[in-house]
Design a binder for this molecule. Structure first.
Ligand code: C2E
Ligand code: CA
Ligand code: CA
Length: 711
């Protein structure tokens, strides 16, 4: 309040000063006008005085003249005595002398000279001649009144001249007054205009000043507002930088300087408060030893995670673990060493998780990790969670070095999956702990799932992994061959499909073990075996004239294709088996190629360079963009069986198939349809321009002994 009043005063003063200045200017101009008017008035008075003098003069001379004329009349009648005549003579001479003085004064008057200096002399001359005649008339009056009458008449002439002259002077003087008034009016007007102009200029100056001043003030105000909002927005403990305010504080000793000072101390207070808040937050939500989130923060975050999973239908896992022999470290080495182990463990956890949001310390040696984005399939999610846990377990199994001593401390881990649907956080935490104790009772340093079914999956997976390893060692695999035919249903080649003859379980579908083999990396060995077997089969076919033309398509997994030595492996096989590379066709899926297109294209080019062919498997199920299709060096596109299946019923599928065919033809790529089971499907495909087919209609995958090129 006080500050704003002072601010107003700050604006008020310049305005007052300027107004004062304007008043002074106005006063000065008005007093100048007044002086000017006074001077003019004085001149006017002088002029009038001269006119008055002239009038007096005329009157007096008229009086004298009349007396002389009367005396002449009386003399003619003999009514005047000699003494009277003499007195008259002296009176007239005295009067004339006095008038002479007046004429002299008139003639010498500045004004008369100014108005008409040329004819001033004339006035004097006329007066002198008048005086002469009048005096002569009074001289002679006693002797001869008639002569006196004559002189008087001559004097009369001069008198008339003289009067006219006086009149002219009066007229001139009047004219002069008029001119002077007009001039004065002009001067007044000019002054007035000047005053108005000065007023306008002054007003503009005031306005400009006010504008300048208010912009200066608003700039300062903006600094202050900025600073305040910056302080309001700052949500962490970072120092709030206010360079403008600091500058204001340093430079401005007035009101703004004080305001800046107040702001700066306010900032310090805000910073201190934020610091205190942060410390309180740290105390409330973080563990003071490891600085990891504590149980409370974990619950907070889990609440969000549950809601998110519920929305996105994703599965996450809660992994709880503690250290198997932590108590003995504490007991034997002291709490210091125990704390050190925990701190180092926390560091490893952070490094492994790369995101502090997903880990917490919820008890002495008990930690929790949230694993998210595990997909929407329960079994796959369990498998992914198990893999991640396994990785973490291996990491934590590494020794801890404390003061040069080596400590081992293994974790027991419990996992529970959650979808965010019907779970509560408390339950989840309890379940993961139960699973963890399970892991402990099962022998420690291991992973256990809370859900028995998930546990079963894990157990089976582990068993399958072992079995697969044995299967590779013991060659329990076989290649089946499924014919590929042309329009005339003549066999042009085959696709090699792997089969696993499990000693106990019988035949296992590749759909059940290929994904596992991919996960565990066993696919590399498996794939190498498939490729080798396929090449050997091609070699057999090549030896026989009837089968020499057959191509063989081999499925290659992403992992296998990604191997640096893949091109080399294939080339080596071709060399060894001496097959025609043109008859070997490698089937890749879109995802395999698109993982790193440039690398894939390069490898494909190298192999195509020696004649090997490439087919794009399951086309239409992935990205299917013409953009990349153009870039890929392909020989064939394989329309996925899902489109073929309903091609006769589903219009959309029919359109997709038609588009794929048109697109491939435009790019000069051959098309084959897989999963063809009916004649109707074949007919439709044929009508749309597809020339090659594969499916149960022409033959199921079968052992080589059952594979025939003609039915
Ligand atoms: P895929 O490459 O798409 O192979 C086609 C699958 O469709 C084969 O299943 C085949 O038996 C089946 N099939 C063929 N014609 C028909 C038909 O008319 N109707 C129906 N309903 N199905 C038909 P399979 O042999 O079980 O193979 C499954 C998948 O396993 C293959 O899909 C492939 O991705 C993978 N696979 C098979 N052998 C190998 C291999 O040697 N290496 C690699 N990496 N993967 C393989
Ligand atoms: Ca295939
Ligand atoms: Ca396929």
């Amino acid at each position: 309040m006080k500050a704003s009043r002072k601010l107003l005063l700050l604006i008020f003063w310049p305005v007052v000063l300027l107004s004062l200045f304007a008043v002074i200017v106005a006063y000065w101009s008005l007093s100048s006008i007044k002086t000017q008017s006074y001077l003019t008035y004085q001149k006017q008075v002088q002029d009038l005085h001269v006119v008055q003098q002239a009038a007096d003069f005329s009157q007096e001379i008229g009086g004298l003249h009349r007396r002389v004329a009367e005396a002449i009349v009386q003399a003619k009648l003999g009514q005047l005595s000699e003494v009277q005549l003499y007195r008259l003579h002296t009176q007239i001479v005295d009067g004339m002398d006095a008038l002479s003085g007046q004429v002299q004064a008139l003639v010498e008057s500045e004004l008369l000279l100014e108005v008409n200096h040329g004819s001033v002399l004339l006035l004097q001359q006329e007066f002198q001649s008048y005086r002469r005649f009048i005096i002569q008339a009074t001289d002679i009056i006693a002797i001869d009144p008639s002569v006196a009458q004559n002189y008087l008449q001559q004097a009369q002439e001069s008198f008339i001249q003289f009067s006219m002259y006086i009149q002219r002077i009066t007229y001139l003087l009047a004219e002069r007054t008029e001119v002077r008034s007009a001039e004065e009016f002009d001067v007044h007007q000019r002054w007035l205009y000047g005053l108005i102009l000065a007023g306008i200029v002054g007003l503009i100056a005031v306005l400009l000043l006010v504008l300048l001043f208010s912009s200066w003030i608003s700039r300062k105000m903006a600094y202050i507002a900025d600073a305040l909002s910056q302080m309001a927005r700052s949500d962490n403990c970072q120092t709030i930088l206010l360079p403008n305010i600091e500058q204001m504080h340093a430079k401005d000793s007035g009101e703004f300087g004080r305001m800046a000072g107040a702001l700066l101390s306010f900032r310090d207070a805000v910073e201190r408060r934020k610091q205190a808040e942060a410390e309180a937050f740290e105390l409330a939500f973080y563990d003071s030893l490891t600085h990891l989130p504590n149980r409370r923060l974990l619950i907070e975050r889990l609440t969000h995670a549950l809601a998110l999973n519920h929305r996105t239908k994703q599965i996450s896992a809660l992994l709880c673990f503690d250290l198997d022999n932590f108590k003995s470290i504490n007991d034997a080495q002291g709490h210091r060493a125990g704390d050190q182990v925990l701190v180092e463990l926390a560091e490893r956890l952070l490094e492994w998780a790369q995101n502090q949001n997903h880990i917490a310390r919820i008890g002495g040696d008990e930690f929790v990790v949230v694993l998210d984005a595990l997909g929407s399939d329960q079994e796959q999610a369990a498998s992914k969670a198990e893999q991640a846990a396994e990785q973490l377990r291996a990491y934590l199994n590494q020794p801890y070095f404390i003061k040069g001593e080596r400590y081992f401390s293994t974790p027991s881990m419990g996992i529970v999956l959650f979808t965010g649907k019907n779970e509560t956080i408390e339950d989840l935490l309890k379940q993961s702990e139960t699973a963890m104790y399970n892991a402990k009772s099962n022998g420690r340093n291991r992973i256990s799932f809370y859900d028995p079914m998930m546990q079963q999956v894990l157990v089976e997976r582990a068993a399958m992994e072992v079995a697969l390893r044995e299967a590779i060692e013991q060659s329990q695999f076989e290649l089946f061959y499924q014919p590929q035919v042309d329009q005339a249903q003549l066999v042009v080649g085959a696709e090699a499909l792997i089969r696993w003859h499990h000693p106990e379980r019988g035949q296992v579908s590749p759909g059940d073990f290929i994904p596992l083999a991919e996960e565990t990396g066993q696919i590399k060995q498996l794939g190498a075996w498939v490729l080798e077997t396929a090449c050997q089969q091609l070699k057999v076919w090549q030896k026989n004239h009837a089968t020499a033309h057959l191509t063989l398509s081999v499925n290659v997994s992403a992992q296998q294709f990604k191997e640096v030595s893949f091109v080399q492996q294939v080339k080596q096989l071709i060399d060894q088996t001496q097959i025609r590379p043109q008859n070997l066709k490698i089937e890749l899926t879109e995802s395999t190629v698109l993982e790193s297109v440039n690398e894939a294209v390069e490898k494909m080019r190298q192999l195509r360079g020696i004649g090997v062919k490439f087919s794009l498997d399951d086309f239409g199920t992935g990205y299917s963009s013409l953009q990349y299709l153009k870039r890929l060096p392909l020989d064939q596109i394989k329309i996925d069986q899902s489109f073929v299946k309903d091609i006769n019923e589903d219009v959309d599928d029919a359109v997709i198939v038609q588009t794929i065919i048109a697109m491939s033809h435009a790019l000069g790529i051959e098309v084959i349809a897989e999963g063809v089971e009916t004649q109707a499907q074949k007919h439709l495909l044929e009508r749309q321009g597809c020339r090659f087919y594969q499916g149960y209609l022409f033959g199921k995958p079968c052992p080589i002994k059952d594979f025939h090129i003609s039915s």
